[in-house]
Ligand binder design. Structure first.
Ligand SMILES: Nc1ncnc2c1ncn2[C@@H]1O[C@H](COP(=O)(O)OP(=O)(O)OP(=O)(O)O)[C@@H](O)[C@H]1O
Length: 772
């Protein structure tokens, strides 16, 4: 039997532990009585006694040693300087690696230590601490409840882990101070400088409703800010299991109790990565754990309690806003899932994506990269992506994620330094919500769900293999075993600050999964990532290039100023335009047309050529003004533009009609001209006069019919040029070729008709007309 055999070996070989063992045996011998009242050292005298008896002996031993170790705990606190290593008796017993514990080594070993298989000169030494709850509260859990009894054999913490922590030296962040039980206000303290190893955090979720109904008991204790204690439950009668029961201690960078808030988790685990990303470093955060352990809650959260992804994005944008107003930061976003070993774009779902390796690492070819400008925009994209994500209810979790989701945020910062060099920094933050590992029987449905489960487990197994290979320092890391590990290559073994959040359930029904998660999290602590330097490109320039760059900068500055002026001018112009349109609408029913630009004025302020060139230049100026960026056009301008467009359409209609009239008149003119020539009356003047008579006649006819009509005076001397400009009759100017053929009378008529034409007013109307 293991207990007695061990004891015998120790005694017979006279090992250095002999006094302790002897003492323990003596204790047992002295204090244990068999049923017949005789004092006996049971294990020695009767090495082959029954299991039941053995258990009785163990229970008795447990009670005795509990008292002894409590006393030891109280006394040992006085000797330890560093509270980090005094939180659990197992640590004290092991020495914890600090100097104060050396003194303890010289002292007689405490009674509650029992060495197993302690063979002289052997390296294999398993030390068991007699069931000892980590704290007073734990002892409640370890009491008999119903028919179950917890036998919390506690494995000592791995000396390597402690040694590693102590040896991290200058690059190591000082471990957070242990205050109280399970954190609290100090949860938000920063972990300090990011190390070149994966930082591992554990988060315990609250007990679920279903678990409570199923009579679950809590098997996880967050001892302090770093330590987690896992206890196994078993029935008192389950001797075989009892024999192997083990409680375990784990130490992480931080451990969050079920009361930890999302903000606490974010600020402790991820906020520093966001800062690092802005400095051009890569960062990854991934949640690992069994199905229903709280990974998605931690990563995405709910509307009321947003998770790490949401808080990181908010923080990122607020940090960017604080840093620059010049738009030098560019944020690009992509969101993908790995479902049944296929990679899918969650922002624009379509065909599966192919993974390729290039300079930047593994990339999903064809993945949509969205340029994001604000938190709200990212939130909308995230929501859109999550709707596309595969989630299905399973027996364990009603909204179980059936895929691994990776949100990647790339922040690019480009700026010129004092020496005019272009500095380009690129940082990438990957936020990963892994699907949960699950037992084959943990899901309800078989078929599709079980296939999904198998694939999830396969990829998580591949992840474990990679973790193992990385920890063992193997040359070949089997990233290619799954799509997930390919995508996580950077995060695990690349130049990246990586954070792992291991999510665990408190229920003793999920003990196996929790133990598994804690085991892999513990392994992951050992993974060293490559030094993550800032990814910064500095493009230095020669002297001429510098001057050119200076010039470009000056020009850019000037351009900016001009654009500002332009926007102002454009506004003014549009106001003017609207005013003149209104004035035009009230003064004349038909707006002027550009076709009258050839009009000559006598004594006018502007000659035709001057008028034309000025108008052209005004037009050019206007066109220049209208070249402003679309952003600069405000609503008022847009509405003004719309009204202008309407006006323009009306004008076009009008012009169409006028053209038809022109054709009519032209036909008439040719007809009349032809007739007068036939009758021997030569000259266009005669024809024109006749034509005016015809037009007037028609207009009068229209008037009498009630169709309106401008009307033209019979006397050519009364032809009003303004009218000519503003009414259909101005079309007569089209007859220039005919008129030029010698109608002095016509020319005289135009000259005498109206000297004081309002050129300026007309010009502005014309300008508006042209611009529209
Ligand atoms: N810290 C927490 N506080 C409150 N509720 C939590 C917490 N963590 C998880 N939960 C709840 O537990 C349930 C399961 O969590 P969640 O869906 O995040 O698990 P999961 O690990 O993502 O599971 P799966 O791998 O199947 O997707 C959810 O109802 C969630 O709201």
């Amino acid at each position: 039997m293991p207990v007695s055999t061990r004891s015998q070996i120790i005694i017979s070989q006279g090992h250095q532990n002999e006094p302790i063992t002897e003492q323990r045996i003596r204790n047992r011998g002295n204090h244990q009585e068999d049923g017949r009242g005789t004092t006996t050292t049971l294990p020695l005298k009767n090495p082959h006694h029954g299991l039941k008896e053995k258990m009785k002996a163990l229970t008795l031993l447990y009670e005795q040693q509990k008292q002894a170790s409590l006393a030891l705990k109280n006394s040992s606190f006085k000797h330890h300087e560093d509270p980090r290593f005094t939180t659990h008796p197992s640590v004290q017993l092991l020495g914890g690696g600090d100097s104060s514990t050396k003194q303890h080594k010289q002292k007689p070993k405490p009674h509650n230590v029992m060495r197993e298989n302690t063979i002289p000169n052997s390296n294999i030494t398993r030390t068991f601490v007699v069931p000892q709850p980590p704290e007073e509260e734990d002892s409640k859990e370890n009491l008999v409840a119903g028919t179950d009894r917890i036998v919390g054999f506690t494995c000592p913490r791995k000396p390597t882990a402690v040694a590693r922590k102590l040896s991290l030296g200058a690059t190591t962040a000082p471990p957070p101070e242990v205050k109280g039980n399970g954190g609290g206000t100090e949860e938000s303290e920063k972990i300090g400088k990011i190390e070149n190893r994966i930082l591992v955090f554990v988060r315990l979720r609250p007990m679920g409703k279903k678990e409570k109904e199923a009579g679950s008991r809590c098997c996880v204790k967050i001892v302090n800010r770093r330590e987690v204690y896992l206890t196994e439950f078993a029935s008192e009668n389950d001797y075989l299991r009892l024999n192997r029961l083990r409680g375990r201690h784990f130490t992480f960078d931080a451990s969050f109790p079920d009361s930890a808030t999302q903000q606490e988790v974010y600020s402790t685990t991820t906020s520093e990565l966001v800062e690092a990303v802005l400095q051009g470093r890569n960062g990854s955060v991934f949640c690992y754990g069994a199905t229903g352990a709280g990974k998605t809650y931690t990563m995405l959260g709910t509307m009321e309690n947003p998770g790490v992804m949401v808080l990181a994005i908010k923080d990122l944008f607020s940090k960017i806003r604080q840093r620059s107003f010049d738009g030098n930061h560019e944020v690009h976003l992509s969101y993908l899932e790995v479902y049944n070993e296929t990679v899918r774009d969650l922002l624009s779902p379509g065909r599966p994506l192919v993974l390729r390796e290039d300079k930047q690492g593994i990339v999903a070819a064809g993945l949509t990269q969205y340029r994001a400008y604000s938190t709200d925009e990212v939130m909308a994209l995230l929501q859109q992506g999550n709707q596309n994500r595969t989630t299905e209810p399973t027996r364990v979790n009603e909204t179980s994620s059936r895929s691994h989701a990776i949100l990647q945020v790339v922040v690019e910062y480009r700026v010129r330094d004092g020496a005019m060099n272009v500095i380009n920094r690129v940082g990438k933050l990957s936020l990963i919500d892994l699907a949960g590992s699950e037992r084959a029987l943990a899901t309800d449905q078989r078929t599709v769900r079980s296939l999904e489960g198998a694939n999830i487990n396969r990829s998580l197994l591949a992840l474990s293999s990679c973790i193992n290979a990385l920890v063992e320092g193997k040359k070949h890391i089997p990233y290619r075993n799954s799509k997930l590990t390919q995508l996580l290559k950077d995060s695990l073994g690349g130049t990246c600050n990586t954070v792992m959040i291991a999510n665990i359930s408190p229920s003793h029904l999920s003990f196996g999964e929790t133990q598994n998660t804690l085991h892999w999290a513990d392994r992951a602590k050992e993974i060293r990532t490559k030094a993550c330097d800032t990814s910064e490109d500095v493009m230095a320039m020669g002297e001429t290039e510098t001057e050119q760059a200076k010039l470009v900068l000056e020009l850019q500055k000037e351009n900016r100023e001009l654009r500002m002026q332009l926007a102002k001018q454009q506004q003014k112009l549009l106001i003017l335009q609207a005013q003149s349109l209104a004035a035009n609408a009230s003064s004349s029913p038909t707006p002027p047309s550009a076709t009258t630009t050839g009009t000559t004025t006598r004594g006018g302020t502007l000659r035709p050529k001057e008028t034309n060139s000025e108008m052209r230049s005004l037009l050019v100026l206007f066109r220049y003004f209208t070249c402003v960026s679309p952003e600069a056009i405000d609503r008022r301008q847009v509405s003004s533009m719309n009204s202008s467009i309407k006006h323009k359409k009306l004008l076009i209609d009008l012009q169409d009609k006028e053209v038809l009239y022109d054709i009519d008149y032209k036909d008439e003119f040719i007809h009349l001209d032809f007739q007068s020539k036939k009758k021997g009356k030569m000259g266009s003047g005669v024809t024109l006069r006749k034509l005016i008579t015809v037009i007037n006649h028609r207009e009068e006819k229209k008037k009498s019919k009630g169709e309106g009509g401008g009307g033209v005076n019979k006397s050519t001397s009364h032809i009003d040029l303004r009218l000519a400009v503003n009414c259909r009759f101005r079309r007569l100017l089209h007859f220039g070729p005919f008129l030029s053929s010698g109608s002095a009378a016509w020319r005289r008529m135009l000259q005498n008709s109206h000297d004081k034409i309002e050129v300026i007013d007309y010009q502005s109307k014309l300008l508006v007309d042209m611009v529209l």
